[in-house]
Design a binder for this molecule. Structure first.
Ligand code: SF4
Length: 337
């Protein structure tokens, strides 16, 4: 098992609102290892983006605040860092790529100059800045970088803008890049190109990547390990093979049944997960998935399931793993991984 570079231990993050406290992240723990791609998947409102943004303290504080836990990056707790320490890791040790590149790019500046500005911020000598900006544009697969350098964001396609964002994120060669649904607004062909680019960058530079997505197709294509989140909590985590072929949580199983697969029968219908996610103003006291779970038992409504470790990599939070629970088959498709 390779070296850990990031570790979240029981992180609890909430927002104070006029209507009360929103318990967005409720005791989340996972780790990211050197050179791996970790996927965090779940429906909208499951807490995946708040979790990802809390790693760089990007959620507004206030109204957001940490109620507990620690986020250790190379051994230092990000939750305890002051503004100066945070500035030192943001964009330098940890990069962040947002869903919509237009929210991060300055519409009034040429894209090349925006990359140059980041190089200048890292202390690169002025004489080298242009060459380095063009080189990093080539690294992220931008053809004819001299011409692209002079263009404004509105002159570029969505995929090209996202490549510019990836180039900016790579300037200081961060050891970790967090991608928050970076391909959601792109069409499938461009999405595939961006995912291939991320894989290539991991191979070439050894960068660790956290990929936040609601799309299991993105997970299958990219990720080594996966954290499945529901109701502000981790429901299951394991290798991609564990999640797709040895599913241990009914929510993961529900997600898998709700997506189209190449090996499906022609007339096979997709099965959506009935119901809606829990109200995070007043989360249920038992299992957060109980109201939607076809296997829910009386214990599920009363007590939160504790963690069950299935293998060194695979764990889940579900009462079905208890010795007294009935046997159910959650595996969507039994086949060779
Ligand atoms: Fe379903 Fe109970 Fe497992 Fe929750 S703990 S996922 S309600 S079986």
């Amino acid at each position: 098992m390779s070296e850990k570079i990031l570790e979240l231990n029981n992180v609890v993050f909430s927002f104070k609102t006029y209507a009360g406290l929103v318990h967005a992240v409720r005791g989340v723990s996972f780790e990211v290892r050197k050179g791996e791609i970790l996927g965090i998947v779940g429906e909208s409102g499951c807490g995946k983006s708040v979790t990802a943004q809390s790693i760089l303290r990007l959620n507004p504080e206030p109204p957001g605040f940490f109620e507990g836990g620690e986020i250790l990056f190379k051994g230092q707790d990000i939750i305890k860092m002051n503004n100066k320490q945070l500035r030192n890791i943001r964009g330098k040790d940890i990069g962040f790529i947002f869903q919509d590149p237009m929210t991060s790019l300055n519409p009034t500046m040429r894209v090349g100059e925006q990359i140059e500005e980041v190089f200048i911020g890292t202390g690169t000598p002025k004489a080298e800045v242009r060459i380095k900006a063009l080189n990093i544009m080539r690294l992220v697969g931008i053809n004819d970088p001299e011409r692209r350098f002079m263009q404004y964001p509105h002159e570029l396609s969505g995929g090209m803008k996202q490549r510019i964002m990836i180039a900016i994120a790579l300037v200081s060669r961060p050891s970790l890049i967090i991608c928050d649904e970076p391909t959601t607004s792109l069409d499938v062909t461009i999405e595939a190109q961006i995912l291939d680019l991320l894989l290539e960058l991991r191979e070439k530079l050894g960068t660790s990547i956290i990929m936040i997505t609601h799309d299991l197709g993105v997970i299958a294509r990219l990720c080594d390990r996966v954290v499945v989140m529901y109701g502000g909590k981790v429901a299951e985590q394991g290798t991609s093979e564990d999640i797709f072929f040895d599913t241990a949580h009914p929510y993961t199983s529900g997600l898998l049944k709700s997506i189209a697969r190449l090996d499906m029968e022609r007339n096979q219908v997709l099965t959506p997960i009935e119901g809606t996610p829990p109200d995070l103003f007043a989360p249920p006291k038992g299992c957060p998935f109980a109201a939607r779970c076809e296997y829910a038992m009386s214990v599920c409504y009363e007590y939160e399931p504790s963690k069950t470790t299935l293998t060194e990599e695979h764990s889940t939070y579900c009462w079905l793993q208890h010795d007294l629970a009935p046997e159910v088959d959650l595996i969507v498709e039994k086949r060779e991984a």
